[in-house]
Ligand binder design. Structure first.
Ligand SMILES: [Zn+2]
Length: 364
């Protein structure tokens, strides 16, 4: 991803900074200078932000390394201006696993806060009267830096434990509910609460803290989409890929021209094609690759030169929800399906959506 700055791999997990993260420094600069601050103030505020995000990275490693203990890998840890995200390969299905993975993040900040407590000369601040406290903590200086870091870590714990699913506290809430009610019902309730809190965050944030308003939008959509995903996976429960795959489809030969593929696309509802040679899958021709290829290599070029040769092949016996996960995760959402090594079908997201439409219709 070119829009993210790669900070290297630690414990096998890549840490990256999303480009929007740098907006935070513009925001801080604006804040410091409109308050009449100096370059020195800007320096300490920026260092403070870097310090917080260092703690956020450790927090995300708390999630990621605990997830690894339960057999779930992490693709990367990404820093955004609103916080960090550990992109787990999948959401833990066992409520107990989810509970421990969710609490591990805030637990890291509790550990950091406990260490800082010994170095931040907290007692000098607690013995001050309100006025001198305000002078002392008016802006970040080398003297009060660790105290600010301590407060930031406590704030991270408190904020993350708000039960606004899919934030950590919301995941803890969902996992506890799931032990009693099952995952589908638990997610429905936790996502409902998450959306409700998000609306409050948003309205409050509009007036007092624009970052909170942005976080609220992420919470709302995060809760919404994860709830839908869990409900859909439940509808697929017990079904195999065989039950939903497309069995009437065309295959193309690699030595045919792109023009031939264009004809197929225009004359059918198909968009992506399995390319077969000598009775085996040679690759996939995606419509998304076809249009740019027509411009660069022309309509007489061969399918062989444009097709993607690396592709995921599904098997008829795989559970349908595992295909759904792959379709959601991959940016390519068209897969060939084989049985005993023979191509028998194809599967795409439209097809799964059709399956879901009929499944939910049958349920009512
Ligand atoms: Zn977290």
């Amino acid at each position: 991803m070119s829009s993210s700055l790669n900070l290297g791999k630690y414990a096998g997990i890549r840490v990256q900074i999303h480009w929007t993260f740098w907006l935070l420094f513009l925001f801080i600069g604006f804040f410091v200078f409109t308050q009449g601050g100096s370059w020195q103030t800007l320096f300490w505020h920026s260092l403070f932000i870097i310090g917080i995000f260092f703690c956020v990275v450790l927090h995300e490693f708390g999630h990621a390394l605990t997830a690894r203990k339960f057999g779930i890998g992490t693709r990367n840890i990404t820093l955004l201006p609103i916080g960090g995200v550990a992109n787990l390969d999948k959401i833990p299905e066992n409520p107990k696993d989810e509970f421990w993975i969710a609490v591990a993040g805030p637990a890291v900040n509790i550990v950091i806060a406990s260490i800082l407590f010994f170095f931040a000369s907290v007692d000098t601040y607690t013995s001050m009267d309100a006025e001198s406290l305000q002078d002392e903590l008016g802006s970040i200086t080398p003297g009060n830096f660790l105290f600010y870091m301590l407060m930031a870590n406590i704030a991270l714990v408190l904020f993350n434990m708000i039960p606004a699913f899919p934030m950590d506290g919301g995941r803890v809430f969902r996992s506890l509910l799931a032990m009693k009610l099952g995952r589908v019902e638990a997610t429905r309730i936790a996502a409902g609460l998450g959306k409700f809190i998000a609306v409050f965050f948003f309205l409050f944030g509009l007036f007092y803290n624009i970052l909170l308003a942005i976080i609220a939008v992420f919470i709302w959509f995060g809760a919404h989409s994860e709830n839908i995903m869990i409900q859909q996976i439940a509808l697929m429960d017990g079904y195999k890929i065989r039950d939903a795959m497309i069995t009437e489809f065309s295959v193309l030969h690699p030595d045919k021209s792109l023009n031939h593929a264009v004809d197929r696309i225009l004359s059918t509802t198909e968009q992506d094609f399995v390319v077969m040679e000598f009775d085996r899958i040679a690759g996939i021709l995606y419509m998304a690759d076809l249009a740019p290829a027509l411009k660069t290599v022309g309509r007489d070029a061969l399918i062989r030169d444009v097709m993607e040769t690396e592709c995921t092949v599904l098997s008829t016996n795989e559970p349908l929800y595992s295909a759904y996960r792959k379709l959601k995760r991959d940016n390519r959402n068209f897969f060939p399906v084989t049985e005993h090594g023979r191509l028998v079908g194809v599967l795409d997201m439209n097809n799964i959506n059709e399956f879901l439409t009929f499944r939910s219709a049958f349920d009512y």
